[in-house]
Design a protein around this ligand. Structure first.
Ligand SMILES: *Cc1c(COP(=O)(O)O)cnc(C)c1O
Length: 399
């Protein structure tokens, strides 16, 4: 147990060992060995052999150009630099997403226009996007919640009508395929995150997927402190110098060593996560029908990144979270709408009421989901939900 064993004494450790954490990072069989190889080498900075190998694996998985970054947040920040966003510009993005999507826009001086989401999937609503567009709009940023694809045809049509690029935050949906499309590679730019809560993790890490070939040369420069060092390393120029804006975005070789080991086991990770997902879906189906709860749908595809259910209202959601916690099951909510956050109000505005977002966010419960959840732990998670009686909770004191 990560946090459990570090506490005060043996009794405490035993009690805490029964807690089922919401998320635990996957350990790939070769990651320690890879780390020792880096330790023994003289190459600790970015873009060494493991960086090259992880990049190759990601390019094969996605079929596009990949630049590793030190986080998903940094990859999002790179998209803003590549599009030269600045004061007076607007980006349309979901209110229901991680703050980094808004931060990447705000830190350039541009503003966020928050669009609504579909109240069943949490994905951006194309009608709300259409209503949010205007002459200042420079890009549409979308996020595939749980790796369930956003309606990219509808969003793409709006983007073409206004002549702006689409950015895909695919932090949840690594390698998800829909027909001949791979999530993260449909828009001009996509991003992945390898934070330790994600399906594939290296502690902190990310990647920029560059799908518009015209952006690739500049993306390499922005990633390398505004220099043409990437061309120098390929022997295309005989020295490198400062040529553009940028920052230091590559992960170190230590992170890449872990990432490479994880990518090697991607199929196993996905198989195990999907097994847990399917167990929950099947075990909770009758309960959901009886209690007017809505389970996350597997169609058309998803990444088994998360399993969510929607309670009939926010009060019942909060009651279910407390009920599960009392049974040692760390179920949890998710994003607070960005348009109601302190920084979201300062750096952006909502495109309307965003009723879908408020409903989805307030009714959402996510269940623990990680590859090494034992059968017994999965049953305890299910029991924590099945034993919840909304009717009794409503009447009961303090529920
Ligand atoms: C995790 C996540 C991010 C941020 O990624 P980091 O690697 O933690 O910076 C951005 N967007 C979404 C949807 C995420 O889930």
């Amino acid at each position: 147990m990560l946090s459990g064993m570090s506490s005060t004494g043996p009794a405490d450790a035993v009690a805490r060992a029964e807690e089922i954490l919401f998320s635990r990072p996957y350990r790939a069989s070769r990651q320690v060995q890879n780390l020792l190889a880096v330790e023994a080498s003289d190459h600790m900075h970015g873009d060494g052999p493991f960086g090259a190998s992880a990049t190759r694996r990601l390019s094969e998985l996605t079929g596009t150009s990949v630049l590793l970054t030190s986080s998903g947040t940094h990859a999002l920040e790179m998209t803003s630099l590549l599009l030269d966003l600045g004061p007076g510009d607007e980006v349309v993005l979901p209110s229901f997403t991680f703050p980094s999507a808004g931060l990447a826009v705000a830190r350039t001086g541009a503003s966020c226009v928050f669009a609504d989401c579909d109240p069943l999937t949490g994905n951006i609503d194309p009608e709300s996007v259409a209503a949010a567009m205007g002459p200042r709009t420079r890009a549409i940023s979308v996020m595939h919640y749980g790796g369930v694809p956003v309606d990219l045809d509808a969003v793409g049509a709006i983007a073409r009508r206004w002549g702006v690029p689409v950015i895909e935050d695919n932090a949840h949906g690594l390698g998800v395929r829909l027909g001949d499309r791979v999530l993260g590679t449909v828009g001009s730019l996509g991003i992945q995150s390898f934070h330790d809560t994600k399906n594939v993790q290296c502690g902190e890490g990310g990647a920029l997927l560059v799908n518009d070939p015209e952006l690739l040369a500049r993306a390499e420069i922005i990633r390398e402190k505004g220099t043409d060092r990437s061309r120098f390393l390929r022997g295309e120029v005989d020295k490198y110098s400062w040529v553009d804006t940028g920052s230091s975005y590559p992960p170190s070789e230590l992170q890449a060593a872990v990432l490479d080991a994880q990518l090697e086991e991607f199929a196993t990770i996905q198989e195990r996560r999907h097994a847990v997902w399917s167990f929950y879906a099947q075990a909770l189906a009758d309960w959901a029908r009886e209690h007017e709860a809505v389970l996350m749908r597997p169609e058309p595809v998803h990444a088994a990144h998360l399993f969510f259910l929607l309670m009939p209202d926010g009060r019942q959601r909060d009651a279910l979270l407390r009920h599960a916690r009392a049974r040692g099951v760390h179920a949890t909510s998710h994003y607070e709408p960005l348009h109601t956050s302190v920084a979201g109000r300062r750096f952006g505005r909502p495109a309307g009421e965003l009723a879908g977002t408020l409903s989805f966010s307030s009714r959402l419960v996510r269940l623990p989901l990680w590859p090494d959840l034992s059968a017994r732990q999965q049953e305890r998670v299910v029991d924590a939900v099945l034993s919840f009686q909304p009717a009794l909770q409503r009447e009961g004191a303090g529920a």
